[in-house]
Design a protein around this ligand. Structure first.
Ligand SMILES: C[S@@+](CC[C@H](N)C(=O)[O-])C[C@H]1O[C@@H](n2cnc3c(N)ncnc32)[C@H](O)[C@@H]1O
Length: 314
């Protein structure tokens, strides 16, 4: 066993951090107040955020495994906005408390984190059902930005990290296998995609494509999605408002047979101040992919079912 030297976080000596400017698309709820430069909206990090980010970078570069405390520090303080592509990637990492709450809905032996960022959601699924000597679940994280994957491998080395576009999932199904549960805070909205998810949904909301892709490899899923994209409003409301969703949701549900259901009563607005620089109005939803109508579920599942019906009718 190799001996590791643990450097207390407070004792780490830092050089003067380079001035870090984060380029971001403006969001109505963005914090701190952005300024405009050369036509780009620039959200500056505070000096403290710069210092903590630099400290997180140092930890990532250490030539040894990180302690649990160090991993949590990196997750809390490594700023995606310091990378060139954070805005185009829609890299808004989930706050710790919200990720912990989402994990309440997750279960099973094989868990997939889709569009995993640096692994915040999977990190809180590590210990689910772990009762030594029984290990925790097998974790797989898919993320397309190699810079995030590098950080993710340091904070969550027990997961298998795959640097790939999630739209490649239909081609990766054989190697990925079947998952008990997908967990995801995917990018939202009208984002250019390599290909449409082969699910029947052809609309503009990337979050629905991510959910449809999840349904190809998992039995159920837990997702963080914009409130406008779900058929109820709970977070920040005095009472639950349920309905049938907007036209885009109905299009998605009709095309895929997937219904997004209310969580166990988690109001996400309690974590509003904890997002790094942005705070969207979001809801936690879960979906049972085994309950979809066969016609809209995976094509081979429909074929199997037809085969069974044909056999049973003889
Ligand atoms: C909203 S962030 C959430 C990250 C992480 N799931 C979390 O909750 O902290 C979305 C992530 O999706 C990644 N991403 C965006 N488009 C992707 C794609 N087509 N395939 C894989 N990852 C993608 C981004 O790089 C970013 O890390």
């Amino acid at each position: 066993m190799t001996r590791t030297k643990h450097i207390p976080l407070r004792d780490m000596r830092l050089g003067t951090p380079a001035r870090i400017r984060a380029r971001r698309t403006y969001h109505p709820l963005a914090r701190p107040k952005p300024s405009t430069k050369g036509g780009l909206v620039v959200a500056k990090l505070s000096h403290e955020q710069e210092r903590e980010h630099a400290k997180a970078c140092q930890l990532i570069d250490l030539p040894r495994d990180l302690t649990d405390e160090e991993r949590a520090f990196v997750l809390d303080n490594w700023q995606a906005s310091c990378t060139a592509r954070s805005a185009s990637d829609r890299a808004y990492f989930t706050p710790a408390g919200l990720a912990r709450d989402m994990a309440v809905h997750v279960g099973g032996d094989r868990i997939l984190d889709l569009a995993a960022g640096i692994g915040r959601l999977a990190f809180h699924c590590r210990d689910l059902r772990a009762r030594p000597p029984r290990p925790g679940p097998e974790l797989v994280c898919i993320e397309r930005n190699p810079a995030y994957v590098r950080v993710g491998r340091r904070v969550l080395p027990e997961a298998r990290w795959i640097c790939a576009d999630i739209t490649a999932i239909p081609r990766m199904r054989d190697t990925l296998g079947e998952f008990d549960c997908v967990i995801s805070n995917p990018p939202y909205g009208a984002i250019p995609r390599a290909v449409d998810a082969t699910s029947g949904y052809r609309g503009r909301r990337f979050e629905y494509h991510a959910i449809a892709l999840a349904a190809m490899v998992a039995r159920r899923g837990v997702f963080l999605v914009p409130q406008v994209a779900v058929p109820f409003r709970y977070s920040g409301m005095p009472r639950i408002e349920s309905g049938t969703g907007d036209a885009e949701y109905r299009k998605f549900a009709a095309a895929t047979g997937i219904e997004l259901e209310m969580n166990c009563g988690i109001d996400t607005t309690q974590y509003r101040q904890d997002w790094q620089g942005i705070a969207s109005q979001v809801e936690i939803v879960h979906a049972d992919f085994t309950e979809r109508s066969v016609a809209t579920a995976r094509p081979e599942a429909a074929q199997e079912r037809h085969g069974q019906l044909a056999l049973s009718s003889h």
